[in-house]
Design a protein around this ligand. Sequence first.
Ligand code: ADP
Length: 512
Amino acid sequence: MMGDFRLRILSWSMSALNRKPSTRNVKMSLRTRLIFTHIFVIFFTLTILAVSLVFILRDYQRQVQLSRLGDAVVPLAFQARAMFLNDVSPREALSRLQQQAGSVGSLLILTDKGLVLADAQYNLTNRTINFNVPARADATRGFVWGSHPLRVGRTLLFAAVAAGQVGGQTVYIALANIERPFFDVLDEIGASLALAGGVTLIISLLVALLLARSIARPLMQLTQATEAIARGQYDHRVQAKGGDEIGRLAASFNSMASQVQGARQMEKDFVANVSHELKTPLTSIQGFAQAILDGAIPDLAGAHAAAQTIFAETTRMGRLIGDLLTLARIESGQMPMARDPIDLCELLPRWVERLQPRARAINAALITTLEPLPPLIGDANRLEQVVTNLVDNAIKYNRAGGTITVAATSETTPSVTRSSVLARRKLVAAPPQSWVVISVADTGEGIPPADLPRLFERFYRGDKARVAGGTGLGLAIAKEIVTAHGGTLQAESVVGCGSTFKVRLPTKTENP
Ligand code: ADP
């Protein structure tokens, strides 16, 4: 029987050990948590306030009671002193004076050690009560006071004044009263306290509700907006009100959403452009190949022309795909830029010289001007690609007999004092930066101001370029390469006079 019971206990404890912790995950909303926190704080504060108030009131009440007793006992002490001088016994003195004490309290005569010599009401004669004269002396009020527990819940409170000597001992006359019990005070003010507490609690609760709503609502809107963006509604925005944390969060969210929207749009445009750019030559190739297959081109000269078109289109496609791959590689960081020292004074004339035949073809003058340059660190092949693209464009979009000027100069940005977030908003002086500037200027038709900001977009082509068959990727690639070197690429142009493209590269940059 006993063994059976033990077995049951053992199996119960085993199953208790194996039981998994409750998986019910109570998820409280932020709003509920804020309200609960408020209620807890308010309740806690009110409780502390009420308890302190009760103790303060109790103390105040004791002081009031003692003052009444003290005020009444002081004149009685003078009379008692006279009686003791005339050898009146304490008992006799007490019965003569009690009348005068009236309803204020009951008289006691006691020694400075607390031995009661005479007592009018509490049967304390010949007993010693708590009376520690020096500790309880109240010099400002002219009496000393004491308290003595009578029985549970009843304490005798008394004010005493020295009244002379009896039998060689210092004797005090005291006026005593039962102290009002602590709970009486509570009874008296408890209801008002509870009412005040209740009203405060309700008002604070309303404030807490409003506050929690004002905090939780924008967060709720942000959550909904995030979900909308995740569903693909990229134009969804939230109201960004105020400069507080939530307002700033909403503003950052909106700016992030705009960027995502922009990126998605760019992605869409990119795919549409690529498809279009590949489809046009493919259609042409397919058409000519079909014509050859169908025997629609009878003679050799016609077949030759068709093959030439197919070759040109495939070359163009190859160039386009090559450019796209280059762009994708630079963007994904798969095309590491070399960091070699570059002597531009030696390399730049060589790069430009290779394009002289093309310039000559349109009767244009291709000039290079150089000045002593500070050392440059970077990828010579990639920078050649940039320069070639810029000079190639300058020839392509120049007028016949025009001029292309390639110049390399050095430039120093003066030291600037700016506030740095990293330096905890202290003002820091950025060291002066020196740059090498390669500029390619032409005397072509120029670029309309409205087109200037779009030049570096992928597939952007001016009207003339569409005819010339450019891919619209050259400047986008050039910009990526220059940016990867820590530099900038900018275009200036005056319609009718020509354009200038400026590549600014930082010198001695070990970390392009
Ligand atoms: P592509 O030359 O293959 O069209 P780019 O990216 O090199 O592509 O140039 C983009 C567009 O910028 C060109 O189509 C052209 O309209 C314009 N552009 C570039 N360079 C010049 C220039 N030097 N003068 C006038 N327009 C230019």
